[in-house]
Design a protein around this ligand. Structure first.
Ligand code: HEC
Length: 281
């Protein structure tokens, strides 16, 4: 319990330090389909089906330009786990799965992604070492991963490695299916022109931030508004090297696995897209 609390306070500290920006809200489940509070892993393992093993390149432990770190985890293929606990139908098209951590971090992942790529819901390491990582992108050490951690088989699909840990939610306590984010992120005639940017924003930013009320509660800043308020130089500095603007920040630098020129281009495209999004009150 004490570990859990200290991690919680470490994650919250940056929020408290920038209270002028926003008031932190914790794990408020918005109205919509009911959120399933997952059982304890031991109970889930007992209830079945049996767990398997998956080896991945651990994005939180691997640094660009250094040999990648592989870890073998114990858990279930996500499809098996979700069939068991959400029930069949969780993967009907045009929906998203929302993985929510105790501290308000939210990962919303389109169900289509689970059809294209192989995900696992894991509960421990096979080698018996502590179920934790150093999240260097967020400047946090010995972060517990339990109770549940969503990982992707990026050894089978090396293309996933460049994404880093953006859609690897950990400390997951609940999961639910929500309607597609299309209405919030691509209103009116914005698709197809901005479809790629909307997808990138969702993958890299909306687990912590929001757009017109849609997104995570970890740092509930409306990016559609902030993108209009700060100039492109400051915007890019925040996205590409947040720790230089705010040492110790838990905001991760954008896609460190990509070449620098692509990172810069993506940062600018995200700002252009956000400025084009209608601002809702
Ligand atoms: C893991 C959570 C997390 C993710 C993911 C994240 N941020 Fe942040 N971001 C933060 C936190 C926390 C702060 C506040 C800085 C601080 O106090 O550490 C912040 C600050 C910012 C700021 C500066 C706000 C200001 O003061 O003007 C901008 C702009 C920003 N984020 C944009 C983004 C964008 C765009 C993305 C996606 C490319 C992103 N963030 C991804 C957590 C995150």
């Amino acid at each position: 319990m004490s570990t859990r609390l200290s991690v919680l306070s470490r994650r919250l500290l940056p929020l408290l330090l920038c209270a002028s920006l926003a008031t932190p809200t914790l794990a408020v489940t918005p109205a919509g389909s009911a959120s399933l509070r997952l059982p304890e892993p031991a109970a889930a393992a007992k209830a079945g089906p049996a767990q398997g093993e998956v080896q991945v390149m651990e994005p939180h432990l691997s640094r660009p330009g250094q040999p990648s770190v592989q870890v073998r985890y114990r858990g279930w293929p996500a499809r098996v786990f979700l069939d068991r606990w959400l029930g069949k139908g969780w993967d009907l098209p045009e929906g998203e799965l929302e993985f929510r951590a105790q501290d308000g971090f939210v990962s919303r992942i389109p169900v289509e992604r689970f059809q294209r790529h192989q995900a696992w819901v894991v509960t421990g390491r096979v080698d018996g070492q502590a179920f934790q990582v150093d999240n260097h992108a967020q400047g946090e050490k010995q972060v517990p991963l339990g109770p549940y951690y969503l990982v992707w088989d990026n050894l089978a699909e090396p293309a996933l490695q460049a994404e880093g840990g953006a859609v690897w939610p950990y400390q997951v306590v609940s999961v639910r299916r929500t309607p597609s984010s299309r209405a919030a992120l691509l209103p009116g005639a914005m698709a197809p022109r901005y479809a790629a940017q909307a997808q990138a924003l969702q993958t890299h930013c909306l687990s912590c931030h929001q757009v017109n009320g849609y997104g995570g509660d970890k740092m509930p800043l409306n990016l559609a508004l902030r993108a209009r308020e700060i100039d492109s130089k400051r915007w890019s500095a925040w996205l590409l090297q947040p720790a230089q603007l705010k040492p110790g920040t838990t905001m991760p630098p954008l896609s460190e696995g990509l070449p620098q020129a692509e990172r810069e281009a993506l940062a600018q495209q995200l700002q252009d897209y956000l400025k084009a999004l209608p601002l809702q009150p």
